[in-house]
Design a protein around this ligand. Structure first.
Ligand SMILES: [Zn+2]
Ligand SMILES: [Zn+2]
Length: 263
């Protein structure tokens, strides 16, 4: 399993998961031309994408999805609510999925896991190829519920560390927007992201991306410090920020898990 974040943050979200020969895009929140440019930058032709999983209907997650899927006949996996927000030209490509029901695609399984956010049927995601597990959770306002059951024992996690509450409170956003972001249907703070990481971390966890960071209300060093403090003793997972402006370096689990030679 190989995972490449293409873009993460309020300007647009997309990430590529490759399991064997199957390519799954998670969200398509960039303009289609930018999305295709980023795929080509990592050596992937848009026509080679097999599936698009959409987490929810906010623009920063679906912006390029209708046009991308129309151009390349990419099959869409999403819930009924999110499907309603897509253009009619791609409706025939949609396979509706139900929360917490496994879906088989090309030899691996995925589960859509409901989270609390202010878009109907917002989903976290678990991908399992039989060897590795990848957990993906952004755009959630609280850390209770089913993600604590599904995102266990993952080799790689992609978790929201959206804002620092102090920076949000002191920042330039209007009051209602601050309350929305900090509310139980908004986005996770660094402390909440760290608390979720503390619950999900285990000795085999190899890599954690800190995702959907606010450019205005957060700083990478604050998010990294919170995450580092949350890793339990014995967990040597690498931490990295998922970038907004360009693809982040891929994590290839087949390489990461090669046995270390003991002298
Ligand atoms: Zn978002
Ligand atoms: Zn959202």
């Amino acid at each position: 399993m190989r995972i490449t974040p293409l873009s993460s943050g309020s300007q647009g979200n997309a990430l590529l998961v490759e399991c064997g020969r199957v390519r799954l895009l998670v969200d398509a929140g960039l303009h289609v031309d930018e999305l295709e440019a980023r795929l080509r930058a990592i050596g992937v032709r848009p026509k080679d994408i097999d599936y698009l999983f959409l987490t929810h209907r906010h623009k920063d997650h679906i912006r390029g999805s209708t046009e991308l899927c129309r151009r390349w006949r990419i099959r869409i996996l999403t819930t009924r609510s999110t499907a309603r927000s897509l253009g009619t030209e791609c409706h025939r490509l949609i396979r509706r999925i139900e929360p917490e029901r496994p879906v088989e695609v090309g030899g691996f399984q995925l589960w859509a896991v409901p989270v609390a956010h202010d878009a109907p049927e917002t989903m976290a995601l678990l991908v399992d190829d039989g060897t590795f597990r990848y957990g993906h959770a952004t755009d959630l306002g609280s850390i209770g519920g089913a993600i604590n059951d599904y995102l266990t024992c993952c080799d790689v996690l992609f978790l929201e560390f959206n804002h620092d509450p102090g920076l949000l409170a002191a920042g330039p956003y209007p009051g209602p927007l601050k309350r929305r972001i900090g509310g139980t249907l908004g986005h996770l703070s660094n402390e909440q992201g760290a608390a979720l990481l503390r619950r999900l971390a285990h000795p085999r966890l190899a890599h954690v991306w800190l995702a959907h960071l606010s450019a205005t209300n957060n700083r990478p060093e604050l998010a990294l410090a919170a995450a580092r403090a949350a890793l339990p003793l014995g967990c040597t997972a690498r931490l990295a920020i998922a970038a907004q402006e360009q693809p982040s370096p891929a994590v290839d689990l087949a390489v990461l898990s090669l046995p270390v030679e003991v002298a």
